[in-house]
Design a protein around this ligand. Structure first.
Ligand SMILES: *[C@@H]1O[C@H](CO)[C@@H](O)[C@H](O)[C@H]1NC(C)=O
Ligand SMILES: CC(=O)N[C@H]1CO[C@H](CO)[C@@H](O)[C@@H]1O
Length: 194
């Protein structure tokens, strides 16, 4: 009986591995995402960068609930502009939900508080969060023809700037795998530089 069980497992496992494609539309996001519980301060502890300019370190964001129940945020981070000028960037962002059935799939409109900072918009998906310790966000800026992502970024946020305990890192690693970004993350320094 035992060995039969083992054979069964061996046969199933490789097919589970293959079944996972990297089609962005198939990524699961936090179910019944609750923006109220998401409010407050979050610190970036690691990130996967997109192409082009992106926040470097000391990245944090503070979310509040707007009058219509959607999220608003102020965020900070160090950014290198023109290849050499490192400054602390202050940004504000507004979030909208297009499909109420997937409240974790938001669209973020952001604006730099200085004229040399960029403004724009990006998808902002909360892949997973427990609201009290960690959150993993994901953005795909452009898709390939086959539905996989051509240019993405993703950030691991923690309520605690010191980082995440190992038990939670394990959950986050699995989620990073689920969005096909395993091994692409780099730590974000929180030096208090800004
Ligand atoms: C999608 O296309 C890219 C190349 O554009 C390829 O590397 C990747 O394997 C393809 N993925 C799937 C799931 O078809
Ligand atoms: C964790 C940390 O050091 N965060 C700092 C990043 O920059 C902001 C504002 O510029 C500071 O208020 C934070 O303390």
């Amino acid at each position: 009986m035992r060995s039969a069980g083992h054979i069964c497992l061996l046969l199933i496992m490789p097919s589970l591995g293959l079944a996972h494609n990297c089609i962005v539309d198939s990524f699961s996001v936090k179910e019944d995402f609750d923006p109220t519980k998401y409010t407050g301060k979050w610190y970036a502890v690691s990130k996967k960068d997109p192409e082009g300019i992106f926040l470097q370190d000391n990245i944090s964001a503070e979310y509040i609930l707007g009058s219509d129940g959607t999220l608003l945020a102020t965020s900070q981070g160090r950014v290198k502009l023109f290849g050499f000028w490192v400054i602390c960037a202050d940004m504000i962002a507004q979030f909208t939900v297009s499909d109420p059935n997937t409240p974790a799939k938001m669209y973020m409109t952001y604006q730099g508080l200085a004229s040399y900072l960029s403004s724009g918009g990006d998808e902002y998906w909360v892949i997973d969060t427990d609201y009290n310790h960690y959150a993993l966000t994901y953005t795909c800026r452009s898709l390939k023809k086959n539905g996989t992502c051509a240019d993405s970024y993703s950030i691991v946020f923690s309520r605690n700037p010191q980082g995440l305990p190992p038990s939670i890192q394990k959950i986050v690693h699995q989620k990073q795998k689920d969005i096909c970004l395993s091994g692409h993350f780099k730590p974000v320094l929180q030096s208090g530089a800004c």
